[in-house]
Each structure stands twice: as structure tokens, then as C-alpha cells.
Design a protein around this ligand. Structure first.
Ligand SMILES: *Cc1c(COP(=O)(O)O)cnc(C)c1O
Length: 371
């Protein structure tokens, strides 16, 4: 029985009549960039995340960049983040001219180890950027307290965590501003690229909006140099159809994760994801860690042979990436927990609608190699 890592076509078929109608309406209205659908989406996302402002943009990477640009982050500044995330996080930092500074991660959650922040925050730290990796929130309260004491902004990379909560508060409402991605594979995905910035700071929201649209707030008059990063009306229309289903999809992901937790509990050499009691995770990915890269390779080969989708997340920590060598003044730190994940942490299929039979097949295949 083949099991994909993610089934985007099934999600389309589930909502086909509504999606097709929404797309048709945009085509007929012929307002393609920005416009009322995008404004409606922004209002819906702000409400969903419990914040006052949402500003749509071209993708999650731009959302991160635009927030930092609006905060005035630039050369001479440092941005503290995690090495265990998608490359976009550090790319957005580097494009502001700031220097990325990495702290190690916790085993099990793979999130930034907040207890290590104190040691790397300096007077140059302008932003602390937690990434809610795989859909579970970073332990935000101690992070926020430290940031406040040291005068740093907190920018959440919530690209994998829409719908997750921390002590009852939604991801995207915890720091000064947050970035979400609507890339198709994210928990709330559109049919292409898309992103949004959320914040309670009205001035910041206005700056992000201006920067995302060529530095203009009045057409053909430019107060500053911006970029072109806007959301298409088609994507907004698609997201508006999907948003009301997000909480149900996220609980299906949580339920599927609980099934794996049980099916794989006694596989001694496999580390299952740890879920912290302070919030609800949304399992953007269900990540397991093998005892060695070689063992991960053997399990992944068996899965692929059985037609089961899997992939390494992430094969190489960011501070070890070749691109970082281009950065003048960057000295790669030693981050043993993050490095211990290289080529060892991989995803098992965990998407809304996955059946118990499919999960049993996945577990059987994994156990066939390790148990
Ligand atoms: C997907 C992702 C991004 C980038 O989002 P795009 O929309 O692809 O630009 C940034 N950070 C994390 C953690 C992500 O998962």
C-alpha cells in the first residue's frame, strides 16, 4: 500500500466545488494582485491568530525579511536563531545585512534551547528569532523575558506552526511580529507561493505593507526603497476556502501523531518526537531520529521500497552549510545537538486524512528494519 508523505490532491478533491468556484470568481472579477479578497484574508488571519494586523506578502521568506527590514535590522546587528530550520530563516537574516547567530537545540522537540540564549545575546542582538519547528512552539515565556530585559525584538518564524498554541496563545501572536508561509505543503497552503506577517504593532504593519509594495503608500510616490512582494487574489481566495478547515486538519495531524507514538513506542533505537505540555503542536511534520545516519538510511530505503514517502529534515544544520562560508566574519559555532541530527532525523507520513491502516503499514516497515 503506497503512502505519500503528503496528499495535496486529496485535499483539493475534498473542497473541489468551493475551490473551483472561488477561483472562477477571481477570474471573472479580474482583480489579480491585492484587492478585496486579499484584504478579507488578512482580516481572517488576524482574527485566527488573535492579533490586530495581518499583512499578506509573496511568501514566508519575504515575510521574515520584511519584518526585519521594517524594524530597521541591518549591518552591524545580530539576529539569534536556531540552526535546525529551513534555510529561508537564515537567508532572510543575511539579506538584511545582519549577522546570524545560532544557539543549539533541545533533543526531542528540535526547537531552540532557550536556556542557551543568555550566553549568545550581546548588545548587538537586535532580534531573537524562534522557529516553531515542525509545528510545535518554542518555550516562549523565558525567551520573551530575556528579550525584554536585553532590548531585543522577538520575531517568530511560525511558517510551520499555523494553529499551534503556547499556553493557550496562538503561534503568531507571541512576539513583536511573526511570519507565516502558505507554501503548498504547509498546514495551510495555497496553490503557489504566499505568506503573511502578523503583529499587534500598527506602525510596524504599515511599514511592512509599504516595503512589500515598492516603498509606496500612495501610488507612484515612493517614500523609500521596498520590494515587490504581494499576495495574488487567487491565492487569497483559495486560502479563504481552506482556513475554516484548518483546525480540523490540525487535529487530524495530532491524532495521527498519537497513533505513531503508540505504534512505535517500543522501538528502542528510534527517538520519537517529544511534545511539550505547554501547548498544542500541529505536527507540520512527524520527525523521528535514528541511532545513526546509516540506520536512518536503512529505514528510509525500506520505506521508499514499500512506496512510503519519507525525507530527511534536515540533512545538514544551517551553521554547517557551505553558503555560510561566504559570510564575512561568520565563525561556525559548535552545536552538538543540532549536529547530532545531521542525516539522522526523517519524516514519516502524517497528514490530514491518513488512515490507521496506512500508519500501520508505515510502522510495520520501520519495525521490519529496527525491531
Ligand atoms: C517554509 C518555511 C519558510 C519559508 O517560507 P516560503 O513561503 O517557502 O518562503 C521559512 N521558515 C520555515 C521554518 C519554513 O518552514
Amino acid at each position: 500500500m503506497p503512502v505519500p508523505l503528503l496528499d495535496l490532491k486529496a485535499q483539493y478533491l475534498e473542497l473541489k466545488p468551493e475551490l473551483d468556484a472561488a477561483i472562477g470568481t477571481v477570474m471573472e472579477n479580474a482583480a489579480f494582485v491585492g484587492g478585496p479578497k486579499v484584504a478579507e484574508l488578512e482580516a481572517s488571519i488576524a482574527k485566527y491568530c488573535g492579533v490586530e494586523h495581518a499583512v499578506a506578502c509573496g511568501n514566508g521568506t519575504d515575510a521574515l525579511f520584511l519584518i526585519m527590514a521594517a524594524l530597521g535590522v541591518g549591518p552591524g546587528d545580530e539576529v539569534v536563531t536556531t540552526p535546525f530550520t529551513f534555510f529561508a530563516t537564515v537567508e532572510a537574516i543575511v539579506h538584511t545585512g545582519a549577522m546570524p547567530v545560532f544557539v543549539d537545540i533541545e533533543p526531542g522537540t528540535y526547537n531552540m534551547d532557550v536556556s542557551m540564549l543568555e550566553a549568545v545575546v550581546t548588545e548587538r542582538t537586535k532580534v531573537i528569532m524562534p522557529v516553531h519547528i515542525f509545528g510545535q512552539c518554542v518555550d516562549m515565556d523565558p525567551l520573551l523575558e530575556l528579550a525584554e530585559a536585553r532590548g531585543a525584538y522577538v520575531v517568530e518564524d511560525a511558517c510551520q506552526a499555523i494553529g499551534a498554541t503556547y499556553k493557550g496563545r496562538p503561534a503568531g501572536s507571541l512576539g513583536h511580529a511573526s511570519a507565516f508561509s502558505f507554501f503548498p505543503s504547509k498546514n495551510l497552503g495555497c496553490a503557489g507561493d504566499g505568506g503573511v506577517v502578523t503583529t499587534n504593532d500598527g506602525d510596524l504593519a504599515a511599514k511592512v505593507r509599504k516595503l512589500a509594495s515598492h516603498g509606496t503608500s500612495k501610488k507612484y510616490f515612493h517614500d523609500t526603497f521596498g520590494v515587490n512582494s504581494r499576495l495574488d487574489a487567487l491565492q487569497a481566495a483559495i486560502l479563504l476556502v481552506k482556513l475554516p478547515h484548518l483546525d480540523r486538519w490540525n487535529s487530524e495531524r495530532r491524532a495521527a501523531a498519537a497513533v505513531y507514538d503508540e505504534l512505535l513506542a517500543d522501538v528502542a533505537s528510534l527517538e520519537l518526537p517529544v511534545s511539550r505540555e505547554f501547548g498544542e503542536a500541529v505536527y507540520h511534520l512527524y520527525i523521528v531520529k535514528a541511532a545513526s545516519a546509516e540506520e536512518a538510511e536503512r529505514v528510509m530505503s525500506a520505506l521508499k521500497e514499500a512506496g512510503i514517502g519519507t525525507a530527511l529534515y534536515y540533512p545538514l544544520a544551517l551553521h554547517e552549510q557551505e553558503a555560510l562560508e561566504e559570510l564575512e566574519g561568520f565563525v561556525a559555532p559548535s552545536l552538538p545537538v543540532a549536529e547530532s541530527c545531521d542525516a539522522r532525523t526523517f519524516a514519516l507520513p502524517c497528514f490530514p486524512g491518513i488512515t490507521t491502516k496506512q500508519q500501520e503499514e508505515v510502522a510495520r516497515t520501520v519495525r521490519g528494519v529496527l525491531a
